[in-house]
Design a protein around this ligand. Structure first.
Ligand code: FES
Length: 122
């Protein structure tokens, strides 16, 4: 039911093996793949602002109308001065490796509202 997704909200579902997030953007419904195109974080735990969805893990942004990746991951702004040298080196390595992780746009699904139900075409 459409009323299970509050305005500005998201709801994760599984449909025939597909992990999908239904987004309610100002009364318009969109369906996108649940997993981020960076490192598979669950996008329903991110934030939705209009048609822009921000990943909860590294803050990549997606357009929910077409799945386009609008920005890549944002490196964590963690001061190495407050960490032990071992942890600081670890975080430095993680930051370097993040540059090699590919960023992909995400899949969208045709979605329509009919008699109060959200219909999704796979
Ligand atoms: S997992 Fe989504 S931006 Fe990294």
């Amino acid at each position: 039911m459409a009323d299970k997704v509050a305005p500005g909200g998201m709801k994760a579902i599984e449909l025939e093996g597909n992990e999908i997030v239904i987004c309610n953007s100002r009364g318009n419904y969109y369906s996108i793949q649940r997993r981020c195109g960076h490192m598979n974080a669950p996008l329903d735990l991110g934030t939705l602002d209009g048609i822009y969805l921000t990943c909860p893990m590294h803050c990549a942004q997606f357009d929910i109308t077409n799945g386009e990746a609008l920005s890549g991951p944002v490196p964590a702004d963690i001061s190495h001065e407050i960490m032990s040298p071992v942890l600081g080196k670890y975080m430095q390595n993680i930051g370097m490796l993040m540059n090699y992780v590919r960023m992909e746009s995400i899949r969208t699904f045709e979605t329509k509202l009919e008699d109060g139900w959200v219909l999704i075409a796979l």
